[in-house]
Design a protein around this ligand. Structure first.
Ligand code: ZN
Length: 337
């Protein structure tokens, strides 16, 4: 599988290198294809829409020296190239930074996050407002019956709007997952749907759990970014469990009932909104700031992370201090237990 995956990346890289040549020469027309996207779709066995997105990525890469070099090294998958190409358009020099990360073998989620952070930092506040207005205009929730049975749906919405309801949904999901124990073997996503349907129906357990447990939105932000009103470079401004957002977007959450800010000054966690002398809360804050995604590499999940004693177990008097703690996704935590 490792060899085949490497071969797949090599093939993707080669396709990205050579498609711009075919487009430029117009050779696809000689073979009777109406457009370059039709041609690539026919050759690679994909839809014209997928082919079009690959063509765009290849086109962008051909104008970027670092990306072209990486393609010659046969190291980039099609999804990675898409992220890198899209980022390079907005952020000059982003390719070097992101390629450094892909070489380290980070997960696709972490690559996406890093790209989103770089893009958010590069965009002026004005264009950031335009971006959010565009998301708001395109918002939707669609569902349809599948030919093979069952209802399938998707939605698209603003990060801030989602941050207001997601913690409640995640808390209800986790509660169901925990209650089911190991026997079900059912994926977390299945319980998320159950919790979602219950919340919509306004019925029973999901509602109760949201009241019972502590549900809050957590925003993690660099002090410098907060002072400036926008992020620069790889500074953080992230809604826990959701992802990177602009400082303006994060600020909109002020005034929401259950909100906690973690403000990062260098490597120190300065503020946990209300001043706290509680050591456990401080360690918790530092842990959240350090482990942004699941520590079981290369997992990269960031939803519902749980803390775990890594070197010496809690039952064997393992210390609850930063060096002895990591954050794991529920699945990896369960696997380890
Ligand atoms: Zn994990």
């Amino acid at each position: 599988m490792d060899l085949l995956a490497a071969a797949e990346r090599a093939a993707s890289s080669g396709i990205a290198l050579f498609t711009p040549v075919v487009v430029e020469t117009g050779a696809y027309a000689q073979a009777g294809h109406g457009s370059a996207a039709d041609w690539l779709g026919a050759v690679s066995g994909s839809s014209a829409a997928v082919a079009k997105s690959r063509l765009t990525a290849a086109e962008r890469a051909s104008g970027d020296r670092a990306l072209t070099e990486a393609l010659h090294d046969a190291e980039l998958s099609a999804p990675q190239l898409k992220v890198l190409g899209e980022t390079a358009v907005v952020v000059p020099g982003a390719s070097e930074t992101l390629l450094g990360l892909t070489e380290k073998g980070i997960s696709h989620q972490e690559l996406n996050d890093a790209a989103t952070r770089l893009r958010a930092a590069a965009l002026a506040r004005h264009s950031e407002a335009l971006r959010r207005a565009r998301v708001q205009r395109a918002r939707h929730l669609r569902w349809h019956q599948c030919p093979e049975g069952g209802i399938r749906g998707e939605f698209f919405c603003d990060e801030v709007a989602w941050a207001k309801v997601a913690p409640t949904l995640e808390a209800a999901t986790k509660e169901r997952w925990k209650a089911a124990g190991k026997r079900g073997g059912t994926a977390l996503g299945a319980y998320r749907l159950d919790a979602f349907l219950d919340l919509l129906a306004g019925s029973g357990s999901a509602k109760g759990s949201a009241k019972g447990s502590r549900v809050e939105t957590l925003v993690l932000v660099d002090a410098a970014a907060l002072r400036r009103g926008s992020t620069q470079g790889d500074e953080l401004c992230e809604i826990e469990g959701i992802g990177p957002v602009s400082v303006a977007a994060a600020s909109e959450l002020i005034g929401e009932g259950a909100l906690r800010y973690l403000i990062k000054e260098g490597f120190d966690i300065k503020t946990v909104t209300k001043a706290t002398r509680d050591v456990a809360a401080c360690i918790d804050a530092a842990l959240i700031a350090r482990d942004r995604t699941c520590c079981a590499q290369p997992c990269g999940k960031r939803l519902g992370l749980e803390r775990d004693h890594v070197r010496i177990d809690y039952r064997d008097d393992g210390a609850t201090e930063l060096e002895n703690l990591v954050r794991l996704c529920p699945e990896h935590h369960d696997l380890k237990t």
